[in-house]
Design a protein around this ligand. Structure first.
Ligand SMILES: Cc1ncc(C[n+]2csc(CCOP(=O)(O)OP(=O)(O)O)c2C)c(N)n1
Ligand SMILES: [Mg+2]
Length: 654
């Protein structure tokens, strides 16, 4: 293949820049200026340089922990990269992300990643966004030979193949995952060979031959752009240095092997090729000198940059919440909670074409609880997607498409299955904005049913809000009425943060008045479901009705109970709860989740810290027994707090 001289010069410059950047990084690491760790890309430069040379500015990449080369090849500024490695405010992540997390959305670098292979679902989501928007943009998702054995790689290949997404999965097979040779961990002849199982092209190339990688990627990019779907490329290469700059590990490779691969130096090979085609030694030297000068400036820039502040750190976690005004009149036709949620989805999809819905069985049949019914008829299959059973990847695709500018609403069929997705929720969605210094937004809703009461046993009945409330970066919503469900789902969809939206499956069929028009309830605003003066009961989801029933009962005994539903666990309306406790001087917290380390423990601690002098009695927490949900009817009832349990707890305070 013949590339013109200018293209070869550009490839050469990129490769030299990558090499010298990482050599410099290693020196600066030893000097203590680059902190933590960094992973050198030296030896593998041809892969990123050739792959990205096929991309347009509006195409995207996702990189790996060894991502400096990916960023440089996609056009990142080395001064801002170096400032990031120094942990300084002018770095791409304002010093909050570091070497493994560099991203630049203006360059469509959608993030490197500290979690091996986690970028693949995210890249798949960005490709999905390209598809939904009907653009011809493509995505390259880099991963390693070690990463190739992660489940999300297989799920991503499958998802992209069935949806014919415009993405290239580019495996940098440097033959080791930390100390472990890929021959000891990887079944089959090759990684590229796995593509056959998904019915897509799989290509194995010499990753140290920049022209071979260029050619393979060019074909794959053209295919993706033409709407023909994904390609898996395996570029065989070698990293010259250790796994990371921090790891001082025993030898696991022979010197001979290292030498053999260094002789296949991709930069020297390209240089020879260029010289053979007539490039002068002088002109190559000039390119190298200009790279050197740029890197010197980068180090000066990083050194001069100041440290980020605590204010930057704290303000980078959440995007401002979407403003909302709750309706003054809550009256309306009787609707079930499932219908109310469905109305919100219809309204938000009509209001904003960036909103789309995906999940298992959400499209054709409208979800197993009917929450997404009718959406496909109204908005089409493109925006209402039935997914494979690949929770980690379709949630990750939600993260990727949100980063790419859409507003996905992803259903988890039964919320216990969220365990499959924890990396994408906790390490990716919750941290993306923060790790990029508070700039980007991740407008993603992950919704679905939690809770017990219908005999679905231990793996289909948990109440999991505490898992998510513990993770900075997530919003956690848990409505108890159809009215709240509709208004809060609208807010969740309009919010620029990842929202965990927990519906209680036993409440789907419960009816209540729901205003017909579209409305949004502000996040972080509790609702006083009953006004009282003797004791405050804070209850969530299915426990709200039980607390209200207990309160009605206690009224006969002249005990006046105030019932507050926080509605959103994060952000929490502390002010309303504290004001109530200061009035009633007593607090009972009740939730269906297991009592131990539940949300009630947090709330009890907040009230103890801020209002202990106002309390006339100990705080009482009520939650499920610390057992997995049993199948047996009577035992399930015994595990979950009852109306009688709540009434008894209230009485114990007087
Ligand atoms: C999910 C996960 N498991 C383990 C690690 C620790 N770790 C970081 S890089 C790495 C090796 C990755 O190998 P490979 O995917 O081949 O990439 P390479 O480092 O060779 O570029 C390991 C085990 C991690 N960061 N994330
Ligand atoms: Mg590797």
């Amino acid at each position: 293949m013949k590339l013109d001289g200018e293209r070869l010069e550009s490839l050469y410059t990129t490769m030299v820049k990558i090499r010298r950047f990482d050599e410099k990084t290693a020196e600066l690491f030893v000097q203590g200026l680059v902190k933590g760790t960094a992973h050198s890309y030296v030896g593998e430069e041809a892969v990123a340089a050739a792959a990205c040379a096929n991309l347009r500015a509006d195409d995207s990449i996702v990189g790996t922990h060894r991502g400096h080369g990916h960023c440089i090849a996609k056009g990142a500024r080395v001064d801002r990269m170096m400032a990031e490695l120094f942990g300084r405010v002018d770095g791409y992540c304002r010093g909050l992300g570091g070497s493994m997390h560099i991203a630049a959305l203006d360059l469509n670098i959608l993030g490197c990643n500290g979690i091996v292979a986690a970028g693949l679902p995210i890249g798949t989501g960005a490709a999905l966004a390209n598809r939904i928007r009907r653009t011809d943009r493509v995505v390259i998702a880099f991963f390693g030979d070690g990463g190739a054995n992660q489940g999300v790689v297989h799920e991503s290949l499958n998802l992209a193949a069935v949806w014919k997404l415009p993405i290239i999965y580019l495996c940098e097979n440097n033959q080791y995952a930390l100390s472990t040779a890929s021959t000891r961990t990887t079944a089959g002849e090759s990684i590229a060979g796995r593509a056959a199982a998904y019915g897509i092209p799989g290509v194995r190339v010499d990753g140290n031959d920049v022209l071979a990688v260029y050619e393979a990627t060019k074909t794959a990019v053209a295919r993706a752009r033409a709407g023909q779907g994904p390609t898996l490329i395996e570029a065989v290469t070698y990293r010259w240095g250790g796994h990371s700059m921090r790891a001082n590990l025993p030898d696991y490779r022979t010197k001979e092997e290292e030498r053999e691969w260094m002789e296949k130096d991709p930069i020297a090979r390209l240089r020879e090729e260029m010289e053979r085609r007539g490039a002068s030694v002088m002109s190559l030297k000039e390119l190298e000198e200009s790279v050197e000068a740029e890197l010197d400036r980068a180090v000066r820039f990083a050194t001069a940059s100041i440290e980020p502040t605590v204010e930057i750190m704290e303000s980078s976690v959440y995007a401002p919440h979407a403003p909302a005004t709750e309706p003054t009149d809550r009256r309306g036709p009787e609707r079930t909670m499932a219908e109310a949620l469905n109305e919100a989805l219809h309204a938000e999809m009509a209001r904003d074409e960036r909103v789309f819905v995906m999940g298992e069985d959400v499209s054709l049949i409208g979800g197993i609880f009917g929450v997404t019914r009718g959406l496909r008829d109204k908005f089409g299959e493109d925006r209402v997607r039935d997914t494979p059973i690949s929770e980690a990847t379709f949630v990750g695709a939600g993260v990727g498409s949100a980063i790419a500018g859409l507003r996905p609403v992803v259903e988890i069929q039964i919320f216990d299955f969220v365990a499959m997705t924890m990396d994408q929720v906790v390490n990716q969605a919750a941290k993306f904005r923060y790790m990029l210094g508070g700039g980007p937004t991740v407008p993603l809703v992950i919704r679905g049913p939690q809770g017990g009461g219908i005999r679905l046993a231990a793996q289909h009945s948990q109440s999991l809000e505490a898992w998510f409330a513990h993770v900075p970066g997530l919003v956690v919503v848990a409505p108890s009425t159809p009215y709240d469900a509709k208004g809060l789902l609208a807010s969740a969809i309009r919010d620029d943060n990842p929202v965990i939206f927990l519906e209680h499956k036993a409440l789907y069929a419960v009816k209540g008045p729901v205003p017909a028009e579209s409305y949004a309830i502000p996040l972080g605003r509790a609702d006083i479901k009953r006004v009282g003066s003797d004791v405050t009961v804070v209850a969530t989801q299915a426990m709200v009705a039980r607390a209200l029933a207990a309160a009605a009962d206690l009224e006969k005994d002249n005990v006046s109970v105030e019932v507050i539903d926080p509605r959103t666990i994060v952000p929490l309306d502390e002010a309303t709860i504290l004001a109530s406790v200061r009035k009633t001087h007593r607090l009972v917290v009740v939730h269906e989740a297991v009592k131990r380390s539940g949300f009630g423990a947090e709330l009890a601690a907040i009230v103890a810290e801020k209002a202990i002098d106002d309390l006339d009695a100990p705080i009482v927490r009520i939650g499920a027994r610390a057992v997995p949900m049993p199948y047996n009817d009577a035992l399930e009832r015994a595990a979950i707090p009852t109306q009688a349990d709540i009434a008894e707890a209230i009485r114990s305070l007087f």
